[in-house]
Ligand binder design. Structure first.
Ligand code: IPE
Ligand code: IPE
Ligand code: MG
Length: 250
């Protein structure tokens, strides 16, 4: 697919977002509120992932991207980090065949070199198995950071144009780790915080943002519908005036 950039050409604004990107936040607080260990929130969060994957596929979303572990999450207590790793392995073991049966392609993006070898092998196998699936692409951002992504893309871009000193967006974009997907139409962050936390910094340039107080483990199909309904009421101007849009529609 050709990568189109919202800052260099005006993309389509589809009624059902083609690409939904989610910061799944609030697992720890969900658990703490119930006097449970934080890890119980992460475990419950996996159920919400299943619900949202299924709901997005049903609604015709083509790309669903989930922030599972950020490059800054290593700063958490060692015990929580290792549990998150184990949970990720378990989810891959349990879910990949279901994704495959539902014609869903899985991609995992981020700096995978920091994951242990077993996890890296599992990711490679899951991606291979689901590579030809066409109903929806599910991307898991793991040890991902928006700045890391931009920096690694710059590194590759410079290498592929030896001697060049001037670069364009169009030369950088193919090196971003999600170059296979259009830029997100809708961004959702659960858990009440209103920040990007180093998620898809480049790709969110013109994405519609939706923040909800709902903790991720409580995020349901109805919550997804609420976010999509909010998106459908936005006027996506991409720099133009509202009058220009009205004229184009008439
Ligand atoms: C999101 O929930 C999951 C990850 C970052 C891995 P949190 O663990 O950040 O939950 P809160 O924000 O502490 O409630
Ligand atoms: C963002 O959540 C990262 C993920 C959901 C994986 P955090 O809970 O780590 O974000 P901050 O630290 O509150 O900004
Ligand atoms: Mg959090």
């Amino acid at each position: 697919m050709k990568y189109t950039s919202s800052t260099t050409e005006v993309p389509d604004a589809p009624a059902v977002p083609r690409h939904v990107a989610i910061i799944m936040d609030g697992n720890g607080r969900w658990a703490t509120k119930r006097f449970l260990p934080r890890v119980a929130g992460h475990a419950k969060g996996v159920d919400a992932v299943r619900t949202v994957v299924e709901s997005c596929a049903r609604r015709g979303v083509e790309y669903l991207t989930l922030f599972a572990f950020s490059s800054e999450n290593w700063r958490r207590p060692e015990e929580e980090v290792s549990l998150l790793m184990r949970l990720f392995v378990k989810a891959l073991e349990g879910e990949v065949s279901k994704l495959h049966a539902n014609n869903i392609r899985l991609r995992v993006v981020g700096d995978l070199s920091r994951a242990d070898q077993k996890l890296q092998d599992m990711i490679a196998a899951a991606e291979r198995k689901t590579a030809a699936n066409s109903r929806m692409t599910l991307t898991i951002c793991f040890n991902y950071g928006g700045r890391w992504d931009i920096m690694q893309a710059i590194g590759q871009m410079v290498k592929s144009h030896p001697g060049a000193t001037d670069f364009s967006e169009a030369q950088l974009a193919p090196h971003l780790v999600m170059a296979y997907a259009p830029e997100p139409d809708l961004f959702i962050r659960t858990g009440g915080e209103q920040r990007i936390s180093n998620f898809l910094l480049w790709q969110l340039a013109y994405t519609e943002l939706f923040f909800t107080d709902t903790y991720w483990p409580d995020f349901s199909a109805a919550c997804l519908d609420e976010a999509i309904a909010s998106y459908q009421h936005r006027e996506r101007r991409f720099g133009r005036t509202g009058a220009q849009l009205a004229e184009k529609a008439s």
